[in-house]
Design a protein around this ligand. Structure first.
Ligand code: GLU
Length: 296
């Protein structure tokens, strides 16, 4: 099912208000805005703030101030994920009803130890595209009764997707349409590379993967324009969209702006924050020239 059925194209910029925007965000926001304008489409702003401990209203204000300084204009009904938890919970229930998710009890340290023990035998345990080990299989093997008893006793748990089972439920090869410069065309999606992804955290409701697909569908997003760091996550998104019966947007992953150390810019580096550059006297026009530099 395509999200492009006779309506205006819809683009969105979806930052997490857990820090200040940097040059990489500026590139993403400007591209979304320009592509929406060129397509006579709509440009939305979405605050991805499910991580309530780290997201702050003052960062939201700073984001809007930065975007306005860049000369961007977005629809003023801004969607805040923290206000839509019940919609993500409904999607989780749908997957639960299909028998595709399970409660997972292992902490990060326990996962690390499990992987160390496994690899001590000589075999390598798979890692996801971000380099994190796949979730061990033990909790999936628990009986419903055992899991329920552990939850009832107050044991901390998250909900994970049973990837093997989920992939088996697909009736056709999973693909996505990509228009970004690094990889272009109809591409194969390979969600199994991620193992049993987390769909509901213990310390915050929902998860990035679940809320992003629910929101893109509910907001009628037809074009997802974002950094290449999320290229491989698209496979998980396509899987969730298919399992939940949600429309398929077109994807465009743009280059990342790297810092002097050759690494992706981070929100903790104050010197590349848009507000810092603005305070140094840079104009929005200077900034556009700066992010156009191919070396950046
Ligand atoms: N909230 C994500 C971020 O700030 C972007 C999500 C997306 O564009 O799909 O990196």
């Amino acid at each position: 099912m395509s999200a492009l059925s006779g309506q205006k194209p819809v683009f969105r910029f979806a930052p997490s208000p857990n820090g200040l925007l940097h040059l990489g965000h500026a590139l993403s926001a400007i591209l979304n805005f320009e592509m929406a304008k060129a397509a006579n489409g709509r440009f939305l702003l979405r605050m991805e703030d499910i991580d309530i401990a780290r997201c702050k209203p003052e960062y939201e204000e700073a984001i809007e101030e930065d975007l306005a300084w860049l000369g961007l204009d977005w629809e003023k009904s801004v969607r805040r994920q923290s206000e839509h938890i019940s919609e993500y919970a409904a999607a989780l229930e749908k997957l639960k009803a299909k028998g595709l998710i399970y409660p997972a009890f292992m902490s990060r340290t326990e996962i690390r130890r499990w992987v160390e023990n496994y690899e001590a035998e000589g075999a390598e345990w798979p890692r996801d595209p971000d380099g994190a080990p796949h979730y061990p299989p033990d909790d999936k093997a628990l009986s419903e009764h055992e899991s329920a008893a552990r939850i009832a006793s107050g044991e901390k748990h998250v909900w994970r997707l049973d990837m093997e089972k989920a992939v088996k439920q697909l009736f056709q090869a999973l693909t996505f349409t990509e228009t970004g410069p690094a990889h272009t065309g109809l591409l194969p999606a390979d969600p199994a590379r991620w193992g049993d992804v987390m769909l509901w955290r213990w310390d915050a409701p929902s998860s990035y993967h679940l809320s992003v697909v629910v929101d893109d569908a509910l907001q009628g997003v037809s074009h997802v324009v974002r950094g290449l760091d999320l290229f491989y996550a698209t496979s998980v998104h396509r899987l969730l969209q298919t399992l939940l019966g949600l429309p398929e947007p077109i994807y465009h992953h743009h280059r990342l702006i790297l810092g002097e150390d050759g690494r992706k810019l981070s929100k903790s580096n104050a010197s590349t924050a848009l507000s810092a550059l603005r305070e140094q006297g840079l104009s929005a026009g200077d900034l556009r020239i700066l992010i156009d530099q191919p070396t950046l």
